[in-house]
Design a protein around this ligand. Structure first.
Ligand code: NIG
Ligand code: FE
Length: 447
C-alpha cells in the first residue's frame, strides 16, 4: 500500500508557484483540520487521522490544492474577488462522509414490520411470511422510474444534511430484467441530477425472485445470461455486482457463479456476507477478490483473516444490528487485529436499517463495536472510499482530491459520537461548492 506521510505528500505534488491558481474556496481557522492523509488505513494506523491544528484548506474548481496551518496556507495561496473565504472559527473540519452501502432506491415503507419485530418477530420469520425484502420488491415493481428517481433525490437531500458527500446505491428490489434496469436507471438519474457523488451497484441477487421459487437455477441463469450483460451494456449503470449470500437466499456456490460472471463482464464483486449465519460469505469474498464483504456479524476469525490477505474491505453496518435487535454487532476489533481494512456504512433500507445518518452510525460503531472515535471516522471516510473504489478521489483532505468537506458544529471530531450523531454538521461543501450552510440545504436535488 502506498502510505506517505502528510508533509512528504504535500512536497511531492504541490504545483510550482507559477502554476498555483487563485483559490475559489478558502477554509481557514479550523480548530482541527482532520486530513485523513496517507491513504486507507488498517491496524494501529486507523487511529492516525492526520490532525492539523488551526488548519486551512484551499481549493480551485472543486479540487484541493493546498492544505496546512492557516498561517502557512494564507502565506502561500493567492486570493481575489472570486474567492469564497469560509471561517471555521475554531471548529473541526473533516472530509465529507462516504457511505459505501445503501439500498436507498425503493418505494413504500415497512413500519408495520418494525412494529411486529418490536413484538418479537424476527427478520427471517417476517421474510418467510412474504414480508421483508419481498414487500419492498412489490412496492418497487409498482413504482415508475420517475417516481423512484424523485424519492431517491429527496432522500439524497436528507442525507446531504448529515454530512455524507459520496453514496453507494444498490438495485435489488426489482428482481426482473425490466425492474432491475428501471432501478439502475433511476439511480443513474440521481447521479446526473444530485450534487452528491453516487456509486451504483447491481444487486439482482438480493433475493430469489418469487416467480422462480420452484426453479432457482433459472433465476441464476437469468442474472448471469440476461441481467448482467444488459447492465454492463448500458454505460454507467453499475460499478459493482453484489450478492446476498445467506441461508435461504443464495448459497456460496450460486453466489460464486454470479460474482464470477459479473467479473468476466467487468463488474467488481461485493458480498452481503455472514449477516445472519456463518455460511462462508467472507471466505467467498476473499476467494473472488471482492472489493468488500459487508455485514460479517457471524464471520469466523479464519475467514476474516482470509479477507485481510485478499485486501477485501470489511464493511460493518452497526445500524442494522441496532435495528434488527437480538443479533450481535460485527466484531470490528477482531477485524482490525487480523489486519482488515475496516469501513462502516449505513445500509440505509426500508427494513433492516431505516437510518442514513453517518454521525449516528459512528456513534453506534463507538458504543457497540468499540471503535475509538478516530478509528470510526477513518472507517467512515477514507476506508469507506476504498470499499467502493473511490479512495483516489475522496475520503481525505489532500492536494489533488475533491474538495468534499464538512465543518462540524464542534471543536473536534471526537464530538461526533459524543453528540450521539445529533447536530454535529454545520456546513457541507461538495466539490468546492457550499451545499449545506448552518444546517440549511442550498442546492436541492429533490422537488
Ligand atoms: O443489507 N441483507 C440484505 N439486504 C439488506 C436488507 C434489505 C431489506 O431488508 O430490505 C441488508 O440488510
Ligand atoms: Fe445491505
Amino acid at each position: 500500500m502506498d502510505v506517505r506521510p502528510h508533509a512528504q505528500w504535500q512536497t511531492d505534488v504541490r504545483p510550482p508557484e507559477a502554476l498555483v491558481p487563485e483559490a475559489d474556496l478558502l477554509i481557514i481557522n479550523a480548530g482541527e483540520l482532520v486530513t485523513m492523509a496517507g491513504g486507507p488505513r488498517k491496524g494501529a494506523r486507523m487511529k492516525e487521522v492526520g490532525v492539523i491544528k488551526n488548519g486551512a484548506l484551499a481549493a480551485y474548481q472543486g479540487n484541493i490544492f493546498d492544505v496546512g496551518s492557516t498561517e502557512e496556507v494564507l502565506a502561500r495561496v493567492q486570493t481575489g474577488p472570486t474567492t469564497r473565504v469560509v471561517d471555521a472559527r475554531g471548529r473541526a473540519v473533516i472530509p465529507g462522509f462516504v457511505d459505501p452501502h445503501t439500498h436507498l432506491c425503493f418505494a413504500g415503507d415497512r413500519a408495520d414490520e418494525f412494529a411486529l419485530r418490536l413484538q418479537g418477530a424476527t427478520y427471517t420469520e417476517i421474510a418467510a411470511r412474504g414480508g421483508g425484502i419481498m414487500s419492498t420488491v412489490k412496492a418497487t415493481r409498482q413504482a415508475t422510474e420517475p417516481a423512484l428517481l424523485d424519492l431517491g433525490l429527496r432522500r439524497l437531500d436528507a442525507i446531504a444534511l448529515t454530512g455524507t458527500t459520496t453514496v453507494e446505491v444498490k438495485s435489488g428490489y426489482g428482481l426482473t430484467v425490466p425492474d432491475e434496469i428501471k432501478m439502475l436507471r433511476a439511480i443513474k438519474g440521481m447521479a446526473e441530477r444530485h450534487p452528491l457523488d453516487i456509486v451504483p451497484t447491481f444487486m439482482g441477487a438480493h433475493e430469489l425472485a418469487p416467480e422462480f421459487k420452484q426453479d432457482r437455477e433459472a433465476y441464476i441463469r437469468l442474472i448471469c445470461e440476461e441481467m448482467l450483460p444488459l447492465v454492463v451494456a448500458e454505460k454507467g449503470l453499475a460499478a459493482f455486482n453484489d450478492v446476498f449470500t445467506e441461508k435461504g437466499v443464495f448459497t456460496v456456490e450460486e453466489s460464486r457463479r454470479i460474482l464470477q460472471r459479473g467479473k468476466q463482464l467487468g463488474l467488481r464483486p461485493k458480498v452481503h456476507a455472514d449477516e445472519l449465519s456463518d455460511l462462508g460469505g467472507a471466505a467467498l469474498a476473499a476467494e473472488v477478490g471482492a472489493v468488500s464483504a459487508d455485514h460479517l456479524l457471524f464471520a469466523s476469525e479464519e475467514n476474516l483473516a482470509a479477507m485481510a490477505k485478499a485486501g477485501t474491505v470489511a464493511v460493518c453496518l452497526p445500524g442494522t444490528a441496532f435495528c434488527l435487535m437480538n443479533v450481535p454487532y460485527a466484531n470490528a476489533r477482531k477485524m482490525i487485529d487480523v489486519g482488515c481494512f475496516v469501513a462502516i456504512a449505513s445500509d440505509f433500507n426500508p427494513g433492516s436499517c431505516p437510518a442514513y445518518s453517518i454521525p449516528f452510525i459512528i456513534t453506534l460503531a463507538c458504543m457497540h463495536m468499540k471503535l475509538d472515535p478516530s478509528e470510526a471516522l477513518a472507517a467512515a471516510t477514507i476506508n469507506a472510499a476504498l470499499a467502493i473504489g473511490v479512495e483516489e478521489r475522496v475520503g481525505s483532505l489532500e492536494i489533488g482530491k475533491q474538495a468534499d468537506v464538512v465543518i462540524l458544529d464542534a471543536p473536534t471530531h471526537r464530538h461526533i459520537p459524543y453528540k450521539m450523531g445529533q447536530g454535529c454538521v454545520a456546513t457541507v461543501i461538495k466539490r468546492g461548492r457550499l451545499l449545506v450552510d448552518q444546517g440549511r440545504l442550498l442546492q436541492r436535488g429533490g422537488r
